[in-house]
Design a binder for this molecule. Sequence first.
Ligand code: SF4
Length: 506
Amino acid sequence: MVPIISRKTKIDKPKEHCAVFGVTCDDIGFSVSQILYTGLIALQHRGQESSGISILKTGGKINTYKRKGLVSKVLNDKILSRYWGNIGIGHNRYATTGSEGFSSQNYIQPYHFKNNEIEFSFAFNGTIPNFEEIKKEMEDMGRIFITNTDTEVIAQLMASISLGTESWPEIIKTASKFLDGSYSFIILTSEGDIYAIRDPLGFKPLCIGEKKTEKRNLYFIASESCALDAVGATFLRDVKPGEIVHLSHQKDIHSELQIYSEKTALCQFEFVYFARPDSVIDGISVAKARYRMGQNLARQDPLLKNLQFKENAIIVPVPDSGRSSAVGYSKQAGIPYVEGLMKNRYVWRTFIMPGQKKRNTAVHEKLNPIRSVIEGKDVILIDDSIVRGTTTKQIISLIKDAGAKSVNVRISCPPVVSACYMGIDFPTCDELIAGRCLKQYGITEYVEKIKEIIGADSLLYQTIEDLEKAINLNTGLCKACLNGIYPLKSINKLSNLENSIKTSRT
Ligand code: SF4
């Protein structure tokens, strides 16, 4: 799904755009709708604005139900019993509140395509920056579009290609030649097949699993392995970058073909923040990667040489994504880990509330420091990332108000200095605190300035080199928001800032 650049919402964390989940079962008397629900619930963290499912009924008719809201609200018992079939796909979507056309059903996925020649349903995680060029060419050839999304462009593209071939692997392979973007998508065909593809650079995770019982065999495709765990499936493997996988209720799972790429570019933010810690992506445990990020931060921390400071220090994570790194830091430093911030789980969506005033209230509603453990202590606060800096500033202020002697911020992700064009909802470079300060104060001063703005007593970021070591993925990561080097051909307009960062870091 393409990010809406002129967004009204001011987020203080990058937002993943979507989750996909699919299942096929060889027992036509079994309905997979409840399993789709469970898989989508496990992937709720990747998208909370809308949800939907497409199910193939016996006889080849695809039924799609999708609405705005959380999975538990959209897919209630009544809907799940009405949408019955042994093959289905589902989708969770994140979209910017108030973004163009969002209220329309056409913007919610799965995207159900039907004309006189072909019917299929399609669920997509990613973005295609060059989609408007493809759309223009197709409009010139007479295609009519009802939305302005890359989702519809991909669907219409595949429908056009299907006029020349009935082979779905060929259709997908041909379509992928036009798509210069980050994507993992799944297709449910009216013949009862599920096809999945991960883009050749492997920006987005995608994995497959199975569950075999005496009565039936089920095969799964999911954005993250935590969804396979949730439905009791066995994780088989990740879909390889550029691979097209076929899930057949008659045969099993098999690879159709792979579009090879010399390098890969899995989004580093999957490990830092997006993915659930209980997921494993491309063979790397997210929890362990975060733990190693914490260990690295402790190894680099000059404050730990001060024994007096160490004796009075406690490690406090920003819940939830700071936890695994905080445990790693605590273990490495030999300083106690303390849950010093209590999270109110019932206001979890407030970080995407529009308007600064509302966001200020939101942080107070969401987090409450525990004075009895913080008072008089030198707090080492561990968080996953700093984006705008507004939330971090408020958390520091809360901890100081609770009587902390000092607040020392340690961040798992290196400074985020460039915008993302690969499907993550991100502020512009000038709205990023590190991007703005780097531009204003230069490479030697900017971290000190960020420290002053957020009101911390000290600030330490992970280096890009240590982040790579912590993730330990030898096939390649996207780090464009950290170093301004974009892996896609269509994103060639780097700003002066991004160019200067590139020069200073390579
Ligand atoms: S630019 Fe950053 S957020 Fe975007 S895909 Fe690359 S690593 Fe992920």
